[in-house]
Write a protein that binds this ligand. Structure first.
Ligand code: GKR
Ligand code: MG
Length: 434
């Protein structure tokens, strides 16, 4: 089998005005949908970060992909994830995910890898999870991902979207948002995006969630490195009970040294809440030092920037050997990414936490998967009994996504600029802020 065509579709999807320490989500999130077509007419698909750079990076390797055998991807492109230039020595720059030039190569490889796996799966009639080792679970648990937000459902002009949740800028409103999400999707764990309000208000939000939902619902908080070591320790102590029992404290502060200091001080107080990260450890090269310092007890994997599904499986094995937990990171995405996340999760035995997903923040109107949105029921995505990722593209929807992209005035994610434009003209991202 040979790949005879590669099609790169830049699309825009409505995104509500969600807040984080990065700033404010713009009315549209940018994504790229990739199609790889084989000489026998089968089409493999994948989804990755959007905007100009991801699309150009894919375009730049067209000649290494078209004409090649999708079964031989590792041999052909392995230098992108394992060789020089693969970001092996990189450390995190704290740019928004998808905008870090240091993982551009692994992101590009991942998009091709998933497209090839989908193509192979569709050719041989087997689901992707069964091509990367076989599933250990059929139902993949995801956690609710509540954010503080301004009123609005995303989109602009005559494309303004409805807002299911309204403005959510207080602990009480956050609990309301979470309850709505649980009613709709049945989630049984919560990952709360902090780093937006004063830490005391975010402590209050977690305490309220604990009180309202009960101790059996694990809670996590992720302020995206907005706190100093002292604030992180203070929050860790205040929430020792609420973050225990399957919860965690994610990226409270920036950098492995600071994370290690937070861990040390919490342990000295007898608080064993694990620290999780998707920014202090973003490549295999970060792991030795993280272990040496005991800086991180849970890594959030993400096939989109760790270099694909097989690299995530390697990461999981490494985590198992070193007694590190594994969870999964997400960014605004559609159903193709959700299914890829579900397939890699299905084939990863050492996945010790429910995965993150932004999927509930996106809507049917933007979905490019034929037949509409992927279902999340009882907090889980079920691996369908279908070949490949189990989803096909709806080409009319894809065309609408491309039209939205054409109209969209920006070509990269910039939450800081959006925050200045809509909320506070002097706002700057500060690490740490508190
Ligand atoms: O969507 O604003 C957001 C999140 O903050 C996202 O950009 C992060 O990558 O979800 C992410 C995280 O866990 O850090
Ligand atoms: Mg995070």
């Amino acid at each position: 089998m040979k790949i005879v065509d590669m099609r790169i579709h830049s699309i825009a999807i409505a995104d509500p005005p969600l807040r984080s320490s990065y700033g404010l989500h713009a009315p549209y999130a940018l994504r790229t949908i990739l199609e790889l077509e084989s000489d026998d007419g089968v089409i493999g698909i994948s989804e990755t970060y959007g905007g100009e750079v991801p699309a150009l990076s894919l375009e730049a390797i067209r000649l290494n992909v078209v004409g090649q055998d999708p079964y031989r991807l590792t041999g052909l492109l392995s230098s992108m994830v394992e060789g020089e230039g693969a970001g092996i020595d990189r450390s995190q720059t704290y740019l928004v995910p998808g905008e870090n030039p240091l993982d551009q190569t692994t992101r590009t490889y991942a998009a091709i890898e998933v497209g090839c796996l989908d193509l192979i799966g569709k050719s041989v009639g087997r689901p992707v999870c069964d091509l990367i080792g076989g599933r250990v679970r059929d139902r993949i648990p995801f956690s609710a991902y509540p954010f503080f937000k301004h009123a609005g459902g995303g989109g602009e002009g005559d494309d303004l979207r409805g807002d299911e949740y309204g403005e959510v800028l207080t602990p009480e409103a956050l609990v309301g948002e979470v309850k709505q999400m649980i009613d709709k999707y049945g989630f049984s764990s919560i990952k709360f995006k902090g780093g937006v309000l004063e830490p005391d208000l975010e402590i209050e939000a977690i305490k309220l969630l604990h009180q309202e939902l009960g101790a059996e619902i694990p809670l996590r908080i992720d302020p995206n490195s907005a706190w100093t070591v002292d604030t992180s320790v203070r929050v860790g102590k205040a929430l020792a009970k609420e973050l225990s029992g399957g919860g965690y404290l994610e990226d409270p502060t920036a950098g492995l040294d600071n994370m290690a200091e937070v861990r040390k001080q919490l342990m000295a107080e007898g608080i064993t809440t694990p620290l999780a990260t998707n920014v202090a450890v973003t490549s295999f090269a970060d792991i030795p030092r993280s272990l040496e310092l005991d800086a991180v007890q849970i890594i959030l994997c993400d096939h989109h920037y760790w270099g694909g599904m097989r690299q995530v499986r390697h990461l999981a094995n490494l985590c198992k050997v070193f007694g590190i937990g594994l969870s999964m990171h997400s960014n605004s995405h559609l159903g193709v990414s959700l299914m890829a996340m579900a397939h890699v999760a299905a084939a990863t035995p050492h996945l010790t936490y429910a995965c993150d997903t932004h999927y509930p923040w996106q809507s049917e109107i933007d979905e490019v998967v034929a037949g509409g949105r992927v279902k999340i029921a009882d907090g889980c995505v079920r691996i369908p009994d279908k070949p490949g990722l189990g989803v096909e593209l709806d080409y009319d929807q894809l065309a609408r996504g491309r039209q939205r992209y054409e109209k969209c005035p920006y070509r990269k994610r910039d939450d800081e600029a959006q925050m200045r434009k809509c909320i506070d003209p002097r706002w700057k991202r500060m690490l740490p802020r508190w």
